[in-house]
Design a protein around this ligand. Structure first.
Ligand SMILES: Cc1ncc(COP(=O)(O)O)c(C=O)c1O
Length: 373
């Protein structure tokens, strides 16, 4: 058996929508982009600006919120690089914070790094499990900071019954090939403010304004970027979005099958999905007690030879060379450092069979029985 870490899936709807977009002939991002924006708006009740990636959405969100004043933005060290790099590209300074045991920012880890220059926080709903929004929202309100939700894994997830992506001033989604809504590449910016959404639309199209009654004419009103997605991306993402809940149910079923197979294994633990009804089940991180960076490398190699691809989410940002400059003297990240050598992600994608789950877990158990940890 060969089990990739991820495999995209599609139905007849993706094929139909894609072909329609192809034959309609605009391609550059028009009708299908508008369709998907309307669909997501009906789901989230927020202004939706579709863009070319989650990274682009983060950059736009931070550019809108930081403006030209700069300032510090607190981000978790436990995330994908785009969460923090976007702060720098938008003229701010990322301040890395440790995470709590669930690998999310907490009020305590954020408090520990705040300064008078802090202007906002980017929270990541890691693996699709909601971050502790109540304490984070309370903290942001108390200090007058804005909050951005990096909801790239949370499609869809709920915190206390409310959709992740509807808490902060802005939220970002990714439609990268591995995400629950996959379009190859793509992303969306969700905004509370209609005014900011209008500005975001201007900036994603190189800052160009074209009057409706004279579309040949244009003015460059702002210095923007080309973050427009194509109609092909939007067509595929729309078909995927329409099946979002069914796909989440499939992912949940597989996560439960993994949990069942690993029940009673003392050394192997799955990421704690504390409230099962709320997660998007985007990633399925697992931990092996006593694992070290070197032994984990051996695990990755061995599993690969057995036909199973694992992945790593994440090597904390403060351990990456590009973030050395943002590591403050004396700052430590005890929680992230204790967890990261022991963690790896298991394959979890719609279309993965329960037999495949049994195979993955049987290989994992076999490795643990014979490996010097
Ligand atoms: C937490 C997180 N933030 C941001 C991104 C960036 O999204 P994209 O790959 O669409 O640019 C990703 C994608 O992997 C992610 O996992």
């Amino acid at each position: 058996m060969r089990i990739p870490f991820h495999k995209p899936y599609f139905s007849e709807a993706e094929r139909r929508y894609l072909l329609a977009a192809l034959e309609e002939g605009y391609w550059g991002g028009g009708r299908w982009v508008a369709h998907l924006e309307a669909y997501l708006k009906s789901l989230y009740g927020r202004e939706v600006v579709l863009v070319s990636s989650g990274t682009a959405a983060l950059h736009l969100a931070l550019a809108l919120l930081l403006g030209d004043k700069g300032g510090e933005v607190i981000v978790p060290t436990w995330t994908f690089t785009a969460t923090a790099a976007a702060v720098v590209h938008a003229g701010g300074s990322p301040v890395l914070a440790d995470v709590g045991p669930s690998l999310h920012l907490t009020a305590e880890t954020v408090e520990a790094v705040r300064t008078p220059r802090t202007r906002g926080v980017v929270v990541v709903h890691y693996a699709g499990v909601p971050a502790p929004m109540e304490e984070l929202m309370t903290l942001c309100e108390r200090h007058g900071w804005w909050l951005v939700e990096d909801a790239c894994h949370a499609l869809p997830a709920w915190y206390a019954g409310k959709l992740c992506g509807t808490f902060g001033s802005a939220a970002v989604l990714s439609f990268h090939a591995t995400k629950p809504i996959a379009a190859g590449q793509g992303g969306a910016l969700l905004l509370e403010s209609a005014e900011l959404a209008q500005r975001a639309r201007l900036l994603r199209r190189n800052g160009l304004y074209r009057p409706l009654d004279a579309p040949w004419d244009y003015t460059v009103e702002a210095l923007g970027w080309n973050y427009m997605p194509s109609d092909f991306q939007a067509a595929v993402a729309l078909a995927q979005a329409e099946r979002l809940l069914a796909v989440r149910a499939q992912r949940r079923h597989l996560a439960e099958a993994y949990a069942q197979q690993l029940k009673g294994e003392e050394l192997i633990q799955l990421y704690p999905f504390h409230e099962p009804s709320s997660s998007a089940y985007h990633l399925l991180p697992a931990f092996i007690q006593g694992l070290r960076v070197e032994s984990r490398k051996a695990l990755f190699h061995w599993m690969r030879e057995e036909g199973v691809e694992l992945a790593l989410h994440y090597k904390p940002l403060h351990l990456q060379p590009a973030y050395r400059a943002f590591w403050r003297p004396g700052q430590s990240f005890p929680q992230a450092e204790a967890i990261w050598p022991t963690i790896f992600s298991l394959p979890l994608w719609p279309g993965l069979s329960t037999e495949a789950v049994e195979f993955v877990t049987s290989r994992l158990k076999a490795w643990v029985r014979q490996a010097p940890l």
